[in-house]
Write a protein that binds this ligand. Structure first.
Ligand SMILES: [Cu+2]
Length: 341
């Protein structure tokens, strides 16, 4: 018995050591980011509105490689293949041009990183699907990434298009007009077939300052496993379907891990911009609630006053004090009702 316990303890210590070694330097997941930002200088200030285009507008998408949640950047190790599928289904290959973007490396040092950009003109109303294939030998990943650029009132055509990539997420949920707290659902495909029982990682993008702050908070609050807050995980069912609640406004990444081919894991990624709650919640709500409580307590004290003023039975008409108190009570009740509306 004793010996068995000792063996178990040694095994536990060894396992803990191995786990720790794995965790160091491996924080959240790598993702290929497709950001249709306003300019090269403001590439990181991407908003959900950047995924909206006007007819005739030239959109430039910036393609970066890194950990979106922590705002950690890595050089892109190969040239990404970039294309756009127009609302009518026509596919246009785009030219990827190398750029360098400012960022922060794994160790928290500022630096510049190899990234790419590509442009196209939005010449049809509807949804243009930008799709990218990027191979990273170091990370042993091939990413097949999609982002939707929407154009036109009620022109909700094309967002669920299949581009025919080797690995691909096809959404059930229209990926725009989504608010924080909405659920995103889709199917992961590999070679055109359902990718069943696959890990799906879900991660939100942060700007540099916000990323640093939120990572620090997570490390303080969840020291036993901070990355569990950076990268959320769900799975696909037998039909390749998955669902996840996107609970904060911002740019989200959803990636389904497919099979390994020649040592590289084939992953499909979908990028989803999420808006603030609409309509905006009233900031004054707590204040008016406090006011309501105050009125309630005043009603209560007036009720008490009326009770004490009440004349004993058979002693004639109630006095002036009672009438004044009742009148006061009615005014307060009226005020409360108005506030409640
Ligand atoms: Cu990573």
């Amino acid at each position: 018995m004793k010996r068995r316990k000792r063996v178990t303890t040694i095994a536990t210590v060894l396992l803990a050591g191995i786990l720790l070694a794995c965790t160091v330097g491996m924080a959240s997941a790598h993702f290929t980011m497709i950001f249709p930002s306003d300019s090269e200088a403001t590439v990181w200030d991407v908003t959900p509105e950047d995924y909206i285009a006007e007819l005739g507008e030239t959109k430039t998408v910036y393609i970066m490689w890194g950990h979106p949640y922590e705002h950690i950047s890595f050089d892109m190790a190969s040239v990404p293949e970039v294309s756009v599928m127009k609302p009518d289904g026509a596919v246009l290959p785009l030219t990827a041009e190398e750029i360098s973007v400012n960022g922060m490396d794994e160790d928290g040092n500022p630096g510049t990183f190899v990234a790419y950009k590509a442009s196209f003109t939005v010449d049809q109303r509807g949804d243009s699907v930008v799709f990218v294939r990027y191979e990273d030998e170091d990370e042993k990943l091939t990413d097949y990434v999609k982002a939707v650029i929407h154009c036109g009132v009620e022109a909700w055509e094309g967002w669920d298009a299949e581009t025919g990539q080797k690995a691909e997420i096809v959404p059930f949920t229209r990926p725009y007009g989504l608010e924080e707290g909405f659920v995103f659902t889709g199917t992961a495909l590999y070679d055109g077939n359902a990718l069943s029982d696959a890990d799906v990682e879900v991660e939100m993008y942060h700007t540099l300052d916000l990323g640093k702050e939120v990572v620090e908070t997570a490390e303080t609050m969840f020291p036993y496993d901070p990355p569990m807050m950076f990268t959320r995980v769900t799975k696909t069912n037998a039909a390749g379907e998955f669902a996840y609640t996107l609970d904060e406004p911002g740019i989200w990444f959803v990636g389904a891990y497919g099979p390994e081919v020649a040592g590289l894991t084939q992953r499909s990624v979908f990028i989803i911009p999420v808006l603030d709650a609409f309509p905006a919640e009233e900031a004054s709500a707590p204040a008016s609630l406090a006011g309501l409580e105050d009125l309630k307590s005043r009603v209560k004290s007036l009720e008490d006053k009326v009770a004490t003023l009440k004349t004993p039975a058979g002693e004639g008409l109630p006095g002036f004090g009672v009438i004044a108190a009742i009148a006061g009570l009615l005014i307060v009740v009226y005020a409360v009702k108005r506030r409640k509306r």
